[in-house]
Design a protein around this ligand. Sequence first.
Ligand code: SF4
Ligand code: SF4
Length: 210
Amino acid sequence: MPIKTWELDPNFKNEIMSEAGGERLASCFQCSTCTLGCPIAEIVPGYNPRKIIQMSLLGMRDEVLSNPDLWICLICQTCTARCPQDVRIADVMGALRRIAEREEEAGKLKIDSPRPLFDKAFQHQLKKFGRLYDMGLAMEYYPKKEGSFIKGMLAMMKDYKDFGMRMFLKGKMGPLGGGSPVKGMLASKIKQKDVMKKIFEELGEEGKEK
Ligand code: SF4
Ligand code: SF4
């Protein structure tokens, strides 16, 4: 990708470093250890956390924030554990995601990934039930992703016809299984639900459901 020097934002690295988790960005010396150990880089052609760090340091703000690769990182922390410079790449990814979400809220960017919707549905389920309720997550996420309830249900059935059915048959997912609030309540499995609510309250704006 040719670098358009006149479009570089020299302040971008400072913006990232002022976010929680982004503080160590400038310590990167481009050794590639992060990319070599990344499980996603092994299966997704072109996925390269080192490159995202490099582009961020160069000031390629628009390219970095609109890059869908930001949203496929698992935040597994493998790169963070191995980085010789303690860059904490997974946290840098989190910082970049927050900046991208703010840009989208301000109408300056369209995030090319359904991942923020998934994350919000995930948080909402945790807050509501004190643990993850798989069916609730799917019922909330798919309609938002597809733009309507019917389209969402059709997309969900398509995605779930293989692995979803296997999870269902193994009791890992279903209206009364796999994190169901009904089953959980009956079995008293959801303990200290209020603790989860408190965590969201402590997080303030960051923890608010959208
Ligand atoms: S492992 Fe650390 S120092 Fe090496 S390229 Fe990745 S972020 Fe930079
Ligand atoms: S945290 Fe993200 S970038 Fe780092 S190893 Fe895991 S998937 Fe790869």
